[in-house]
Design a protein around this ligand. Sequence first.
Ligand SMILES: *Cc1c(COP(=O)(O)O)cnc(C)c1O
Length: 341
Amino acid sequence: MIDLRSDTVTRPTAAMRAAMAAAEVGDDVFGDDPTVNALQARIAAELGFEAALFVPTGTQSNLCALMAHCARGDEYLVGQMAHTYRWEGGGGAVLGSIQPQPIAHQPDGTLALAEIEANIKPDDAHFARSRLLALENTWGGKVMPLAWLEAACALAHRRRLATHLDGARLFNAAVAAGGDPFAAARAITRHFDSVSVCFSKGLGAPVGSALCGPKDFIARAHRVRKMAGGAMRQAGVLAAAALHALDHHVARLAEDHANARRLAEGLQGLAGVAVEAPQTNMVFVDVAPEIGAGLVDRLREDGLLCTGLYKLRLVTHLDVSAADIDRAVVILRRRLQEKTA
Ligand SMILES: *Cc1c(COP(=O)(O)O)cnc(C)c1O
């Protein structure tokens, strides 16, 4: 099977498993797991923050951020298709009593500055208190322009809102920018008050995310993590995987991006099929309804896993090679020429 459903399907490499097996551990609820502490110090320093918190998932990381930035009756401004709004079970509202104010995305994934500004509520008893602007990078595989991130954060700060970045795939954006990936990551994160980053996606760790921010913010987030059931014990075995990923799996994201381009190029020239040029590791393929019906199931029969209906999503990652991509192109080209409806 060639599994292009997500970059979360990666399995820990032998070297990563060895690092996990060798990890020094302690009880992190007492704060004495040395590997967790090392990871938190490392990711905070790499991304330019005072402190960081290791959490089991990106969803919990974003929840900790929302609840550490906002109180009951506050609101956060967020993209209509952002993970922190649409794909986290409404956790901010359910668990934090925080109201989301979704804003439609522009075609490039950004939110119009005028719409952000127009959605910040005046200080008036009728309204929830606008407290936070939550952005995402990459978003749908797209790299958000640095100038826009900077302008959006400046606007938020001018209006006394805090800013949070859901950087589940921050390092994909950083690697796409070119140069030293950690410096490129800091060029993005320096505009934000807090940032969440996933180790369990393109970086290939089995679980784990980190939330980064100022010390007092991380102390509040730590409390939320406990409430959410995310305080772990000998979590050093997991932190070791994340540290290994930071050492060995960041720069290589360029290979995933090259494979995504290879895939998109291989799918050119088919009638009824439009392929978006990928910016990072996601390829979206728009197919006419008569081709799209049942397509994901038919691809599965051929040994290719992906998601989507009329828009297929194909994600490259650590566990797919250029040769796998070439096989995927052959399978896709055949199926994308079939009309079934
Ligand atoms: C995957 C993802 C998350 C968090 O995912 P978990 O599955 O909870 O680890 C958050 N934001 C974005 C943009 C994501 O893609």
